[in-house]
Design a binder for this molecule. Structure first.
Ligand code: ATP
Ligand code: MG
Ligand code: MG
Length: 554
């Protein structure tokens, strides 16, 4: 692979190393909240963090940021682990912010004892009113000067479940006049009487993200804590919390921010993707139209193509919309190297080779992948009656038409040269059969003079009697708008594409009879397809992964 220049995160790391930070102390983490399935934006973050781990030979933890029991579930934890593994990365430790609840609680008690935190017993509305605006300082809560003892007793009561949700919070005592609104006595704990997927009913108070995140990084000795730009203003608070607990014999984590990666014609937000699932716009988190990693996997995207995509778009300091065609390009490029070529007809019309003996069949050799010699050959059956694509025949064609027409020759891929002779039509004038003759000496690969004749067009086909039927799912963009999420005034679901799924019957060469879920193929001249997980003994199901070219309407 080509040497690329350092991205700005790598530059920060290089500077730290140059300033004496030990390379053996580099440590990263990928910190998903298990409140949904990962999407293509997370893939960027995974590739960034695990990519740094590989580059600097440093451990990368998978840390679940599970501090909000209302939205988190084990199902999501399992799905996230599967996705990270599938992308090809290996974490050092599997960790949970909830593992630190006790430690965080004890630190909070220390804060109270040092006068750095207090229990506020106002309603959230009253607290909001006191926040002030960026230009005007906030006002102090009437509870800001509670005694240490009273604070300790109340906080313990909060922990023990003595109080209803919403009655008290623990706040850091920082600065109600700070120009950074997040520094105006931020909440550290709220009361939640909810079941947590790991700690069960044990905790009645839960730490806020800002309080838990940096401290989790600290406990894990994460050196560079990378997050998306919306946390830029949180950095001051991240540092303030660390200042209170930092022991200078340990690694002090550094938060740095990079731009979120948004993809065109889709949404990248777990909350919005959840709505699509719950409101049944899609069949599930892994619907092949979804921007989730599981959706892309089911669609037939390869881990390699997603990693290449992340690499191609790199990381940035400013948020922008990446066109989905960039992702599709990466998918196509990877599948071109790895997918076996097969023949399938998706819009069939019958072709009869009139001079081919009835009842005869022969098996012809076909190359599996011209891009990969080691992929070898397979055999495909040829017979008198074939299917070809309806659009590969034109009754009255001009001289620029290189597919099948009357009186002209075309090559059948891996088989013979044929010439169109006549058509059979139904009462409405629709073509029901095409009749052709073949040049008996022209079999591909036979080396005969006839086989070497130069013919302008080649079309694919399947033998009708040998063909395997399959359900084929064709996908269009899930959203008609390039940035469905771009206008906060308009519900993103307004832009759902009502025709994002089309289901048809395809006829495939028999080598695909026992194809298994997840296998990827190139249907020659049509695109890349993969076997869907709905496939069973009765029914083969294929998903169209991506076309051979970028053919989306401009
Ligand atoms: P969502 O809104 O989809 O839930 P999130 O940022 O709340 O996104 P987390 O589970 O907290 O989701 O994300 C884990 C990591 O992935 C975080 O470091 C986050 O910044 C990063 N991440 C999330 N979305 C994107 C994105 N679109 N591009 C790049 N990184 C992202
Ligand atoms: Mg979130
Ligand atoms: Mg988050």
């Amino acid at each position: 692979t080509e040497e690329r220049s350092l991205n700005f995160i790598e530059q920060i790391i290089e500077e730290d190393l140059a300033a004496g930070f030990g390379a053996d102390k580099l440590r990263f983490r990928f910190p998903p909240e298990p409140n949904g399935y990962l999407h293509v934006g997370h893939a960027s973050s995974i590739c960034l963090n695990f990519g740094l781990g590989l580059k600097y030979n440093a451990p990368v933890n998978l840390r679940f940021d599970d501090t909000n029991p209302a939205k988190e579930e084990q199902e999501y934890v399992d799905a996230i682990k599967k996705d990270v593994e599938w992308l090809g990365f290996t974490w050092d430790k599997e960790l949970y912010a909830s593992d630190y609840f006790q430690e965080l609680y004890q630190w909070a008690v220390e804060f109270i004892k040092k006068g750095k935190a207090y229990v506020d017993s106002q309603s959230s509305e009253d607290m909001a009113k006191q926040k002030g605006t960026p230009n005007t300082p906030g006002t102090h809560s009437p509870y800001r000067d509670r005694s240490v003892d009273e604070n300790l007793a109340l906080f313990e009561g909060m922990k023990n479940g003595d109080f209803e949700e919403g009655t008290h919070v623990l706040r850091a005592k920082i600065d109600m006049a700070s120009s950074n609104m997040l520094m105006r006595d931020p909440i550290m704990y709220r009361i939640l009487h909810k079941h947590h997927h790991r700690t069960g009913e044990k905790w009645k108070i839960y730490p806020m993200y800002d309080w838990a995140h940096g401290e989790s990084d600290y406990l894990e000795a994460v050196s560079h804590s990378l997050c998306t730009l919306e946390f830029l203003m949180h950095r001051e608070l991240y540092d303030w919390f660390l200042d209170q607990i930092y022991d200078n014999t340990k690694t002090r984590p550094k938060q740095r921010e990079f731009a979120r990666r948004n993809l065109s014609h889709t949404v990248v937000s777990k909350r919005k993707l959840l709505q699509l699932v719950q409101e049944k716009y899609v069949t599930g988190w892994d619907d092949p139209r979804m921007s989730t990693i599981s959706g892309m996997r089911r669609r037939g995207y390869t881990p390699n193509s997603i990693r290449n995509f992340a690499d191609t778009i790199g990381i940035a300091k400013r948020t922008n919309l990446v066109d989905v065609s960039v992702l599709e390009f990466c998918v196509r490029e990877d599948l071109n190297k790895t997918a076996s070529r097969v023949m399938a007809v998706l819009d069939p019309v019958k072709l009869v080779i009139t001079n081919y003996p009835e009842g005869q069949e022969e098996w012809l050799e076909a190359e599996n992948n011209p891009e990969d010699e080691s992929a070898g050959f397979r055999e495909v059956p040829f017979s008198r009656e074939l299917y070809i694509e309806r659009e590969d025949f034109m009754e009255n064609a001009n001289s620029k038409y290189f597919r099948l027409t009357l009186g002209k020759e075309v090559r059948l891929k891996n088989a013979y040269i044929i010439k169109g002779e006549s058509v059979v039509k139904d009462a409405d004038g629709n073509i029901t059969e095409i009749h052709a003759t073949y040049d008996t000496d022209s079999r591909s690969g036979s080396g005969s003079e006839a086989s070497l004749r130069k013919i302008k067009g080649t079309i694919h086909w399947v033998s009708i009697q040998h063909a395997v039927k399959a359900e084929v799912r064709l996908y269009d963009r899930l959203f008609t708008h390039e940035n469905p999420d771009g206008d906060k005034e308009v519900d993103f679901k307004t832009y759902i594409n009502p025709d994002s799924l089309q289901v048809i019957t395809g006829y495939l060469e028999p080598s695909l009879k026992s194809a298994e879920a997840g296998e990827r193929y190139q249907f020659q001249r049509l695109g890349y397809f993969c076997v869907d997980t709905d496939t069973n003994a009765e029914q083969l199901v294929f998903n169209k992964t991506v076309g051979l070219r970028d053919t989306w309407a401009k």
